[in-house]
Design a protein around this ligand. Structure first.
Ligand code: SF4
Length: 326
């Protein structure tokens, strides 16, 4: 076991992703933020765009706690899964300036599950505990040839494998091994530092279950109403984009159709249809077109911006039904 742990760390020193900013800090808030952002967003987008921008705007937990929710949602705009931003803000208000140091206490905060609590404790406080995300789970299942292990069983095995002297590097190494070498399809076993002892090396696919996601298709109909360089938005109702602004809904009409595009949101596949309208009965918030970026709008509305611009330019001789986007 000790030899394996050493091989893993050696591999990590050479091949690990040491450039990720949240791996080069002990600032608990920064680590917490990165873990929340990374929950449903690719590493590159978090590292290059959202993480630095968000920290520039809210450099401390205190700054986040004191910020209006609208500003937090606007900074989150484009990242999707807005409940993450709402929970982050709510947690900041609960803990004020100090995030708890134990998994038990962290688990009481909104939006923090077992993985995130362990990641904060291990990566931030160097605690000797396992961290199991989907990448690590795949390595563990294959390496120990675990057939359909329970979540608890998997965490138990991971706990026995953690390098007690360097738990942070060990868990980060496992994470990188899963995302770079022990890939869901075609794992690169010949490059793996664990290959000599891997019990699943002959048939790694046997231990990787890929559950097919089920999606629900929804048709949405929105109106674009522009007056004096301002666009009419309306507070979103329902849980989908709670606390955000969206375009006013309209009846599916044939007249003044502009465009149709697809958008994904959690389990939904949305077919968004846009129309120009001259009035609406919805509650209206007028937003300056030049300040649209700063408003708390969802990525669904962001995607509509292309058509909003085209509507502005071409409204006079716009040809109905011109644009279809996949
Ligand atoms: S040897 Fe192959 S299957 Fe086993 S842990 Fe390494 S990459 Fe995964």
């Amino acid at each position: 076991m000790i030899k394996l742990q050493k091989n893993l760390l050696k591999w990590y020193q050479t091949h690990g992703r040491h450039d990720l900013p949240w791996r080069n800090t002990d600032n608990i808030y920064h680590i917490y933020l990165s873990e929340i952002m990374l929950q449903q967003t690719q590493v590159g987008r978090v590292r290059d765009e959202y993480y630095p921008q968000f920290l520039e705007q809210f450099p401390t937990l205190e700054a986040l706690c004191n910020a209006p929710l609208d500003n937090v949602l606007a900074a989150w705009s484009g990242l999707g899964y807005y409940s993450r931003a709402r929970n982050l803000h709510k947690s900041a208000q609960i803990v004020q300036n100090n995030l708890p140091k134990t998994e038990e206490e962290l688990l009481k905060l909104p939006g923090i599950g077992q993985y995130t609590a362990s990641a904060i404790c291990c990566f931030g406080h160097h605690q000797n505990i396992p961290v199991v995300d989907t990448n690590i789970a795949r390595v563990i299942k294959r390496f120990f040839a675990l057939d359909n292990p329970s979540t608890l069983g998997m965490w138990k095995v991971a706990a026995e494998f953690v390098n007690a002297k360097e738990p942070r590097s060990h868990n980060l190494a496992m994470m990188d091994l899963g995302s770079m070498i022990c890939l869901p399809k075609n794992p690169k076993c010949e490059e793996c530092p664990l290959r000599k002892e891997c019990q699943g090396i002959l048939e790694p696919q046997l231990y990787t279950q890929t559950k097919k996601k089920e999606y629900e298709s929804l048709d949405l109909f929105y109106g674009i109403l522009i007056q004096n360089n301002q666009i009419a938005l309306t507070p979103a109702c329902g849980n989908m984009y709670k606390n955000m602004l969206e375009l006013p809904e309209v009846e599916p009409i044939e007249k003044d159709f502009i465009a149709r595009y697809k958008h994904s949101y959690t389990k939904y596949r949305l077919n968004v249809n846009l129309y120009t309208i001259e009035e609406t009965s919805s509650e209206i918030v007028w937003v300056d077109l030049s300040r649209l970026e700063l408003a708390p709008i969802s990525s669904l509305v962001k995607k509509a911006k292309k058509f909003i611009n085209e509507t502005l330019i071409q409204f006079a001789d716009y040809k109905v039904g011109d644009i279809f986007v996949e």
